[in-house]
Design a protein around this ligand. Structure first.
Ligand code: NAD
Length: 248
């Protein structure tokens, strides 16, 4: 696997969960990391942890819904060799139940924000003829229908389409673009979803039961795959499932 030494990586949603684990994993693999999120306090905690380990990681508050914020972080801290688009939101509901406002927001955060960050980093990647873009999708997408997740599944399917589109357009110019499709991963927002169901223990058991491996994934396991994909030089346009066997 190619080394990430001296590679510069921009990661969104690094304040908690998979994005945070990935920011640390990329830095431990030798990359210089710009870890971003809207949650300044969460980023402060990440910066402390990175400093204690002596990692090359800086944090920036960036709202990926805003052009100015994304363009500013790229012009002030880029150019980037790696972009990991990790920001995303889960809404519940079937096609009959989901609010149009939820669908709009899911498209804004899960899809349009990725297009925004890709547009910001891609020109410099093309100039150098090298770049690895990783988009966070889910097995709940074009890979697998999951009950009560219409807006999420629609938008994560769009992430896979975006990934394949970027991969096809730039494959001859040194750019790789791949998607990661996790199953159920222990993270703060998953905890929120389990608590929101009322009976936490029953909700947790149901989430665990989806995976034949009999457990949830960890953010670190997804981060390890992201590091691998960032350095994998002979793959593009793929959707890598990492799901405890959910889609076997
Ligand atoms: P999470 O949902 O717990 O945290 C999300 C982070 O995104 C937070 O730190 C939040 O502050 C940040 N964020 C929210 N809006 C933002 C914005 N506008 N700009 C910048 N940052 C913003 O983390 P998670 O559960 O690890 O999920 C991360 C990604 O992985 C998401 O795209 C999610 O859809 C995907 N995913 C998660 C799971 C899972 O089971 N946890 C499964 C499959 C895919």
């Amino acid at each position: 696997m190619a080394s990430l030494n001296e590679k510069k990586a921009l990661i969104t949603a690094s304040g908690q969960g998979i994005g945070r684990a990935s920011a640390l994993a990329f830095a431990r693999a030798g990359a210089r990391v710009v870890a971003t999120d809207i949650n300044a306090a969460a980023l402060d905690g990440l910066a402390d942890e990175a400093r204690a380990e002596g990692l090359a990681l800086q944090t920036r508050v960036v709202d990926v819904l805003k052009d100015e914020a994304v363009n500013a972080v790229v012009s002030e801290t880029g150019p980037f060799d790696i972009l990991f688009n990790c920001a995303g939101v889960v809404h519940g509901g079937t096609v009959l139940e989901m609010a149009d406002s939820d669908l709009d927001f899911a498209f804004d955060l899960n899809v349009r924000a990725m297009i925004r960050t890709i547009r910001a980093v891609l020109p410099a990647m093309l100039e150098r003829g090298d770049g690895s873009i990783i988009n966070m999708a889910s097995v709940a997408s074009s890979v697998k229908g999951v009950p009560n997740r219409c807006a999420y599944t629609v938008t994560k399917a769009a992430v896979i389409g975006l990934t394949k589109s970027v991969a096809a357009d730039y494959v001859t110019q040194g750019i790789r673009c791949n998607a990661i499709c996790p199953g159920t991963v222990e993270s703060p927002s998953l905890q929120d979803r389990m608590r929101a169901q009322g009976d936490y223990d029953a909700a947790r058991a149901a989430f665990i039961a989806r995976q034949p491996m009999g457990r949830l994934g960890t953010p670190g396991e997804i981060a390890d795959l992201a590091v691998y994909i960032a350095g994998a030089t002979y793959t593009s346009g793929q959707a890598f499932a990492i799901d405890g066997g959910w889609t076997i």
